[in-house]
Design a protein around this ligand. Structure first.
Ligand SMILES: [Zn+2]
Length: 145
């Protein structure tokens, strides 16, 4: 199981759902999170930051390297590596996938009793359409989906 965690961005207007692959890294490794509205507060540093559709994640790379080494992962740690391999990135493809998914289930729920096969088909179709949407929007994790 992967640890799930919520984090507010620096301006507090948005909350992101985070995922920690293999539970190696801890929430503290994410030093700061900036949404598109507060990214101007960040001083861009490619050594410690990664960008995704206007959001910026700032990592404690030394801390991450330490924790990964303890688990036998000795390759050079970069912000892109942490994000793309899922060691500390969104839960899903975007900061809000968990909410999108929950809303979709809530919206289609009445169909479960009426027509289960239709429910399952619609759920799948709508989710795939959403994935295409986030892919087209340029979300980093969706490019590999
Ligand atoms: Zn913000």
């Amino acid at each position: 199981m992967c640890l799930q965690h919520r984090r507010d961005c620096a301006c507090g207007r948005q909350t992101a759902y985070l995922n920690f692959y293999d539970n190696i890294l801890t929430p503290e490794i994410l030093v700061a999170l900036y949404c598109p509205e507060c990214r101007h507060l960040a001083t861009w540093d490619e050594e410690s930051m990664v960008e995704d559709c206007g959001w910026i994640m700032e990592y404690d790379l030394e801390g991450a390297q330490f924790l990964l080494r303890q688990r036998g992962i000795t390759r050079e740690v970069t912000p892109e590596f942490l994000f793309d391999e899922g060691y500390l990135s969104w839960q899903g493809f975007t900061p809000h996938d968990l909410e999108v998914n929950a809303a979709l289930h809530r919206r289609l729920e009445p169909l479960i009793k009426e027509n289960l096969p239709l429910y399952l088909k619609t759920l799948k179709e709508e989710w795939l359409a959403y994935v295409e949407e986030v892919k087209a929007a340029g979300w980093r994790k969706a490019q590999r989906a």
